[in-house]
Design a protein around this ligand. Sequence first.
Ligand SMILES: CCCCCCCCC/C=C/C(=O)SCCNC(=O)CCNC(=O)[C@H](O)C(C)(C)COP(=O)(O)OP(=O)(O)OC[C@H]1O[C@@H](n2cnc3c(N)ncnc32)[C@H](O)[C@@H]1OP(=O)(O)O
Ligand SMILES: NC(=O)C1=CN([C@@H]2O[C@H](COP(=O)(O)OP(=O)(O)OC[C@H]3O[C@@H](n4cnc5c(N)ncnc54)[C@H](OP(=O)(O)O)[C@@H]3O)[C@@H](O)[C@H]2O)C=CC1
Length: 289
Amino acid sequence: MLQDGLLRGRRILITGGGTGLGLAMADRFAALGAQLVLSGRRAEVLAAARDGLVARHGASVQTLPCDVRDAAAVEAMFDAAWQQGPLDVLVNNAAATFIAQTERLSARAADAILGPTLHGALYCTLQAGRRWLDSGRPGVVLSILSTSTRTGRAFTVPSAMAKSALLAMTRSLAVEWGPQGIRSVAIAPGPFPTAGAGQALDPTAGRAFADAAPGAGAAAAYAANPLGRVGRPPELAELAAFLVSDSAAYINGEMVAIDGGQHLRTSGAEDLLAWGPDDWARARAGRGG
Ligand SMILES: CCCCCCCCC/C=C/C(=O)SCCNC(=O)CCNC(=O)[C@H](O)C(C)(C)COP(=O)(O)OP(=O)(O)OC[C@H]1O[C@@H](n2cnc3c(N)ncnc32)[C@H](O)[C@@H]1OP(=O)(O)O
Ligand SMILES: NC(=O)C1=CN([C@@H]2O[C@H](COP(=O)(O)OP(=O)(O)OC[C@H]3O[C@@H](n4cnc5c(N)ncnc54)[C@H](OP(=O)(O)O)[C@@H]3O)[C@@H](O)[C@H]2O)C=CC1
């Protein structure tokens, strides 16, 4: 349990902060006293998240709809955020993925994943870093990655590539920006049952990805985890709050896995090697629904 008020007065921008793990982090950061800036493409999702955070914590929450694939839009978002006061922390959380046979990915499909996951996180980091460096302020960049950075991951290759590139960014900037007081840290989550991940990774429901109410198919995913369960979003949020706080002031360039040890046993995707054409056709048909 972290100390009350650990993040009091800290201004934290979370990309993809209106849903899933981003919202879980927002919730914990707000409980610890942070002021939040939430971004994502859907204004109504951000507004609902803000209303909940205000009701639960009386938090100060700015919402800035933005597509992080658009560098100019990202710059405008950081201008708008900074107008209300300098940020102390950037959380690169927005991302996209889906399972697919790699050889069947079109260029547009590859870019649909690389755009937000890799380019978007880099654009945000550049905007935050530049402002911190210009003003001589310290800062923290926390990037939400994946255990695919350690294992690779079949059938989610653009995501694994993007997350690995962001790990390289985290390690590189730890050295380049560390002397100016800017820490770079990362979290590698294992399976956490969010709606976004369920849709992206298990469009046929219950086969590859365990959801909150495991059915027969999900039992295999539970069994593959040394701790016999999937992650709970508040567990990740607790780790994130620690890493962005001064309690972690000497942690720089490091990625912490939070997956019950699962990546030491499996990347999580090997079951898909057994899929036949019908399974893949069903997965493609299930997209976007
Ligand atoms: C495994 C267990 C691990 C278990 C271990 C768990 C570790 C998980 C690690 C990471 C988890 C996460 O990131 S979870 C986070 C998931 N959240 C998200 O993905 C949220 C954001 N997602 C989205 O916006 C959408 O779902 C997404 C499709 C990605 C992008 O939307 P866009 O509107 O930009 O794109 P679209 O116009 O729909 O499509 C662009 C192109 O991509 C193609 N495309 C879209 N969906 C496709 C699909 N399912 N299969 C093939 N191709 C697809 C389209 O046909 C288009 O190509 P053409 O036909 O050529 O035009
Ligand atoms: N859940 C899991 O098991 C795992 C998750 N992760 C990582 O955790 C993070 C959160 O995932 P999770 O909460 O599960 O899934 P979500 O789908 O809930 O989160 C993705 C968020 O990113 C936002 N987003 C997507 N594309 C864009 C874009 N172009 N511009 C701005 N925002 C965008 C979405 O909002 P909107 O659609 O409104 O833009 C959404 O809020 C991701 O980085 C994911 O890769 C890693 C490993 C496992």
